[in-house]
Design a protein. Structure first.
Length: 365
């Protein structure tokens, strides 16, 4: 969330019941980061975290100093990402922080576990920004995370392609503890970016992103505009293969100005394929509440289908005991699942509708 993850958005997400994240490298110095954290504390009494991403850079920042600023500011939840995170993960763990590491492959996730990370943010190929080089989408990646991380007792959240409650329900079904959203939160009232950019996201389709820098194995998914089209053209046609040919077009400062001047074609900026699912600009509170309600309704209706009950009956029964905490659904649904397991044990001839009877009747589900 470079140039987006400021105190305004982080505090709004936390106040809405999620976990807001400040992007450390939006701040020019570690001292400025400390000030931004203090500013966020004035805007929310709820927990929030800080992201520190380590990536190849022409002029790399002092990551150690940024980590020290995060720790000295009393932050206890840190999201890390990028290359060779071992040193900063150890620093955060030694300071008693809870570390969520973002990764695009199971191999990297398992490596992060060995380095001491507490939780993984699994990024599918749909995501915005750095997508990795394996091109594995979340339907497979999350299931592989469930298989590999589940046996180690390591929790994970799903990132990339999420914008609504149906997506949250799907992520929970695949084994995740919740979802991580970037592009969707860019398109909220509190996001500190120009209204024209939010409008561009609302009007875009899932086809309006571009993969750039594949030639240099530093692939990023960006909003498709005049600049990214030119970058891809140079990548394909360059005879030298030198990064310097696209470097001026990939300027981070030009991308920052996009969010300030509202010209979507002025520079490059990140956006995920999820832009095709975004059709409005709600407040963070409205968005989080909507997603929670959609997820609960989806899980209850599908559970009711499996139990042979109507969706309305299922919703009424499950809602009486369910509890929603920060987008994570607990209580009634798990209880209902246990009841169903016991019912199947007591009635071994029972069939789930759609598994047996529908096939006999030649119905299509």
């Amino acid at each position: 969330m470079q140039w987006v993850g400021y105190a305004e958005l982080a505090s709004a997400v936390s106040n809405a019941g999620g976990l807001g994240i400040i992007t450390a490298l939006t701040q020019p110095t570690p001292a400025d980061l400390s000030k931004e954290i203090a500013r966020c504390r004035k805007m929310t009494s709820k927990p929030f975290g800080v992201n520190l991403t380590l990536l190849p850079s022409i002029n790399p920042p002092d990551y150690g100093a940024y980590a020290d600023a995060i720790i000295s500011s009393g932050i206890k939840i840190v999201e890390t990402a990028g290359y060779s995170p071992g040193v900063v993960i150890k620093k955060f763990k030694d300071a008693g922080c809870y570390v969520i590491h973002k990764c695009t492959t199971i191999r990297h996730a398992l490596s992060a576990v060995k380095l001491g990370a507490d939780c993984m943010s699994i990024d599918g190929f749909e995501c915005a920004g750095h997508v990795g080089e394996t091109d594995i989408t979340n339907l497979i990646l999350l299931s592989r995370a469930r298989q590999e991380l589940g046996r180690l007792g390591i929790p994970f959240i799903a990132s990339g392609g999420f914008a609504d409650g149906q997506g949250l329900a799907a992520a929970l079904a695949l084994g995740a503890e919740g979802i991580n959203m970037g592009t969707r939160f860019m398109c909220t009232v509190e996001a500190p970016i120009h209204a024209n950019i939010k409008k561009a996201i609302v009007e875009a389709s899932e086809d309006d992103t571009e993969l750039v820098l594949r030639r240099w194995r530093n692939t990023s998914r960006l909003f498709k505009n005049k600049i990214t089209v030119e970058v891809v053209k140079i990548e394909k046609e360059s005879q030298t293969g030198k990064f310097e040919e696209v470097q001026p077009l990939m300027s981070g400062q030009r991308g920052r100005q996009v969010f300030q001047n509202g010209d979507k074609d002025f520079g490059v900026w990140t956006a995920g394929q999820v832009i095709g699912l975004i059709h409005d600009v709600p407040t963070c509170a409205e968005l989080v509440e909507r997603i929670e309600n959609e997820a609960l309704e989806t899980l209850q209706s599908k559970l009711g289908f499996a139990n042979g009950n109507s969706s309305s009956d299922s919703a009424q029964n499950a809602a009486s005991t369910s509890k929603i905490e920060g987008g994570k659904i607990e209580g009634g649904i798990e209880d209902a699942k246990q009841d169903q397991l016991q019912a199947n044990e007591n009635h071994p001839q029972a069939q789930l509708w759609g598994v047996g009877e529908a096939k006999k009747r030649g119905s299509k589900l």
